[in-house]
Design a protein around this ligand. Structure first.
Ligand SMILES: [Mg+2]
Length: 291
């Protein structure tokens, strides 16, 4: 860019800013009412920037694709090496069929429209009924890179197990877990070619299937040599990391498992919710490190 054009642009930018400033001085401030809040969103909503990053940034998209590309590139080696396991398993695991464990929400399916709606409606906190409406709609898009990864794994004969904390709650007398049907329909709708009921393990489907996923991981390891885990929450990888724990303690656990990240454990980014946040005590500002 030449100096002249740069200077001209600067001058026009200044002129535009002055004009904008003048307009803002003259124009009356619109009255803040509920309609305005719904249509424009509320800048102070705690999740505004996180949801914007999730929905608009090239950085999020690239990061997800990068993670899945890396995982996909290791599938062949993971399948061939019979000692390759994502968590310690007995020697007998070498004879078990290979599998990978994936979380669903913000790992395979992108539920950010539900979060965006909360920002637009200035609704704070989690609403169970609205979440169930979103699950029933079965219209989540896929997290970038996820579909190609799970389809590649299945095509190689590596079973994909979907261990999710989506819960079961009857809506009528027809089914105890309509959420499972909805979730499988959504997974198929985004292009996942092979997913059966036996591969989707939702919270509460069995008595000890709580939001702590360890019991489901252990069950998977009785049946399979589990070679990889993909998730967006630290609880998708380790037990006892979602409550009664501090950020430094979690960081130490991440570091203790340093060799697993990017080889057997793959973390997607999710700044919109997760145990990273729920472990923080109020006021959250106490955790900020300034200088
Ligand atoms: Mg998740």
């Amino acid at each position: 860019m030449s100096f002249v054009s740069s200077a001209a642009r600067s001058a026009s930018t200044i002129a535009a800013l002055l004009l904008l400033s003048a307009c803002q001085t003259v124009a009356p401030t619109p009255a803040l009412n509920s309609t305005t809040t719904v249509t424009t969103g509320t800048p102070s909503h705690a999740n505004l920037n996180s949801v914007l990053w999730y929905q608009t940034s090239a950085e999020f998209r690239a990061n997800s694709i990068q993670t899945y590309n890396q995982a996909r590139a290791l599938l062949t080696a993971a399948k061939a090496d019979r000692s390759w396991t994502a968590w310690p398993q007995s020697a007998a695991a070498a004879q078990l069929p290979p599998a990978i464990i994936v979380d669903i929400d913000e790992t395979i399916l992108d539920n950010s429209p539900a979060a965006a709606r909360d920002v637009l409606n200035n609704q704070q906190g989690f609403n169970d009924a609205q979440w169930d409406n979103w699950v029933a709609a079965a219209k989540a898009q896929a997290v970038p890179g996820a579909v190609a990864f799970v389809n590649a794994a299945e095509a190689m004969g590596i079973k994909v197990l979907y261990i999710s904390n989506r819960g079961c709650k009857a809506r009528d007398e027809k089914s105890n877990c309509p959420q499972k049907t909805d979730t499988i329909a959504n997974l198929r709708a985004v292009g996942i070619q092979k997913v059966e009921e036996t591969q989707v393990w939702l919270k509460g489907e069995q008595q000890d299937w709580s939001s702590e996923k360890q019991s489901r991981r252990e069950l998977a390891m009785q049946q399979y040599r589990v070679v990889m885990s993909v998730g967006d929450d630290f609880g998708d990888f380790l037990p006892n990391v979602k409550k009664d724990i501090t950020p430094p303690q979690r960081a130490a656990l991440v570091d203790q498992h340093q060799a697993l990240w990017g080889s057997k454990w793959f973390m997607l980014t999710n700044p919109t919710y997760g145990s990273w946040e729920t472990i923080l005590a109020a006021p959250k500002q106490q955790y900020l490190r300034g200088f």
